[in-house]
Structure formats: C-alpha cells, structure tokens
Design a protein around this ligand. Structure first.
Ligand SMILES: [Zn+2]
Length: 419
C-alpha cells in the first residue's frame, strides 16, 4: 500500500508539476506556458520510479525539479569571506585577500572542513554532481588536492566529483604544466587555465591544448572574464581549434565580454563555437557581483555572457554558482535553483522556466560527460526536488511551505516554513 506522502516509501504523487527538462522527450504530457506538466508518479519501496504518466486531475500540491548539477565552483576557497575580508570587493582585492588567507589559514583540517561543508550544502540542495576548480599554482597544490582525494572517497555514491586544475595560463609553461597534466590525468581531472588578454594569449592557448592532448584530459577554462576585451580569448581559442582540432572537450567558463561585442559578431562567434562543439558555463551571480565593480558607478553592463545568442546558435550553455561566500563572491550556497533564478532575471533567458532548468540539469550533465540521470523515467532512482507550493516561479521565489530533497526516494534534506 503506497502513501501519498513523499516521506515514506513507497509513495504516490498526484498531479505533481514537473518541468519539460525533467520528463522523457516522448510522452503525452500537456505542458502549460511555463513548460510544466501535471504528472502522476509512483515510487516503489526501493526508491525507484515505478510509474510516470500524465495526470488527469489538474494541479496537485507539489512542484518538482530534476536532480541538479553544479558544473563550476571553487570549494577550496568557500566560506572564507569573513576571515579574508576584501574591502573593495574587487578582483584585485580578492587576489590580495586569498594570498593573505592562504599564508595563515590553509591547513588540511581547515580546507577539509570548508570543502566538506560546501559539498553538504550542494547535496542538501539536490545536487548529484559537482565540478570544482582547485587553485594549482606551483606552491599551492596542497593541502587542497589531498583533501579533494579524501572527499571523493567520503562522498562516493552520493556525489560525483570532478576537479579542474586552476591557475593563470602562463604558469602552464615549463615543467609545472607537465606536472599538472599528469596530476589531472591521475585524478580524472581537467586542465583549467585562466586566460588573460595579453601578448602571451596565443602561446598560452597553444600550450593548454598541447597539454590536454598529451595527457588525454578535457579543458575547462576561465576566459574573457572582464569588461575590457571583446571575446579575445574566445577568438584565440576558435582560431586555434579551426587550425588544429582537439580530441578532448573544451568548455569556456564565464565568457563575460562576448556580450560587449556587436550582435552580428556575437552571432558569428556563437556559430563558430557551435560548429566546434564548444560548450559554455555562465556564472551569473559571480559576474553580477564582480564585473564593472572597478568603476565607481552603478554598473550598466550586467557582465553576463550572451546566453540567448549562444543557445540559439546551438551551443550547449550551463549555469554554475562559481565562488561561494569567499573573497571573490560573498553570495552563494551551492543551490543551482537559486542560480537559475538569478540567471533568468539577469540574462532574460529566452526560454520558459520548465526548459531553462535544463541549464542546471541535463546541459551540465552532458558537459561533465555524465550519464544523464536528470530526466525522470520508469526504472530510474527517484532523485529530485519537491516544493510544496502553488506555482513553479513561487517555489523559486521562496514562496513555499516545504522543500524536500529526495535521493533514492528518501528525504535527505528538508526546509520548512513553520507557520
Ligand atoms: Zn570560476
């Protein structure tokens, strides 16, 4: 006998509203203007989805969201904001603050506590996979890479973890680049230089691809993350790839100043990126906080890449949270649904909410090369988020009675409004 409560297995949900991004592509679902459909779902005693069919009974009391992916964060620095205060809140101020903080605080125990907490938060928000960048300058490999290895063991079966070696691209030259190539290959990690718009740009792009090719790892780079250039890093990457194909995958993170190019140029660059199968991870919260902060005025440019044009050209775009409560970004609790809301608002994403949610579920799953479990179907584990709320937008606005994170059909996190 199954109950109608998602608090005990087995259970049934009547007319739960689910987004198109979470449902099988085939199926006779009737979507509303937000691209949500009412669905009757049953979850069996093993926490598997036993049935999933269009509901005849209209709207029930739950709104569902699929399992979520955090494709770009920096958990090695998470939760350092108060102790590593950045008075100017600028990039430069953040760089100085991290230097000071690293010299005085970064022990294995400190890093483990913060990185573990970051993963716990992500897990509580329904995240099933996290890709984190880890600072990897010559003198900074430890303690965070050792912590990362331990975290992979501690979270095995609950969170899939991927890491990216992160550092200024010039530091990939020479022996340290080879060392990082081996490190990435050994950890199933990626190479993730930060490209700057300078006279070394082309040489640094060349070097990153050379290492990716030699060590058989993918690249996920910070590029064009400022208000000065006009997609110069992206242009260098496109030109390189059009000359010399790369066997691995290439993801462009941030890509802020693409949106400073004229519209025709954006479309042309997006088409070239699509033809090369490049993917993009946009980090709207970090961009809103950091971009144009160096000017003493209210910013007019939002700092976010041209998400709509990229998607329209066929580029897969995912959304990430980036830094969380550190010297770079004081906001963030590793909740992709909050990031989605901010992106919808700041970037005027031209898709209904029920489709846009793919940018924090199936799109990042593909970018991370994961078997995509974000679309629910019969026989799959019941991993998803439920809001007891009257509306999909209301749920993401904080207008809900209860938020449940389910893994294998069991509630693993619960936020509740005690009225
Ligand atoms: Zn980042």
């Amino acid at each position: 006998m199954s109950s109608c409560s998602p608090r005990e297995l087995p259970f049934r949900l009547e007319a739960v509203r689910l987004p198109r991004a979470a449902l099988p592509q085939s199926g006779d679902f009737a979507f509303d203007s937000d691209a949500f459909a009412a669905v009757d779902m049953a979850v069996d005693e093993h926490g598997m989805i036993a049935s999933l069919r269009p509901s005849a009974s209209g709207a029930g009391e739950w709104i569902g969201y699929p399992s979520l992916i955090e494709p770009h964060t920096h958990i090695d620095k998470a939760f350092t904001r108060a102790r590593a205060y950045n008075p100017s809140q600028s990039f430069e101020g953040a760089r100085e603050a991290i230097e000071r903080d690293r010299a005085t605080h970064f022990t294995f125990a400190d890093a483990h506590l913060r990185m573990y907490r970051a993963l716990s938060l992500a897990y509580s928000h329904g995240v099933v996979a996290v890709r984190t960048h880890i600072d990897s300058q010559p003198d900074r490999l430890e303690p965070c890479w050792k912590v990362y290895e331990q975290l992979r063991r501690e979270w095995a079966g609950r969170l899939h973890l991927q890491a990216v070696v992160s550092l200024g691209s010039a530091k990939l030259q020479g022996e340290h680049g080879e060392l990082l190539g081996r490190l990435a290959a050994d950890h199933g990690a990626l190479i993730g230089p930060v490209f700057y718009f300078d006279e070394q740009l082309e040489a640094n792009v060349e070097r990153a691809f050379e290492l990716g090719e030699r060590y058989g790892v993918d690249l996920d780079v910070h590029v064009d993350e400022n208000n000065r250039g006009h997609a110069n890093g992206m242009k260098a990457i496109l030109a390189h790839l059009e000359r010399k194909p790369f066997r691995g995958r290439m993801n462009l993170s941030h890509l802020c100043n693409l949106s400073r190019c004229p519209p025709e140029e954006i479309d042309a660059l997006a088409a070239r990126a699509a033809a090369l199968d490049l993917t993009v991870i946009s980090l709207p919260v970090a961009n809103l906080h950091l971009q144009e902060r160096d000017a003493l005025h209210t910013p007019q440019w939002r700092g976010i890449t041209a998400i709509n044009a990229l998607r329209q050209a066929g580029v897969s775009v995912a959304l990430g949270g980036d830094n969380s409560q550190d010297m770079f970004v004081p906001w963030g609790a590793l909740d992709p649904l909050v990031v989605l809301r901010e992106a919808m608002l700041a970037a005027h994403i031209a898709a209904p909410l029920g489709e846009a949610v793919a940018m924090v579920s199936s799109a990042p799953a593909n970018i991370l090369r994961l078997h995509d479990t974000t679309r629910l179907h019969v026989g799959q584990l019941a991993d998803f988020t439920l809001f007891k709320s009257h509306d999909a937008y209301a749920a993401l606005s904080g207008d809900f009675v209860e938020r449940l994170t389910l893994r294998r059909g069991r509630v693993v996190a619960r936020r509740v409004w005690e009225s």
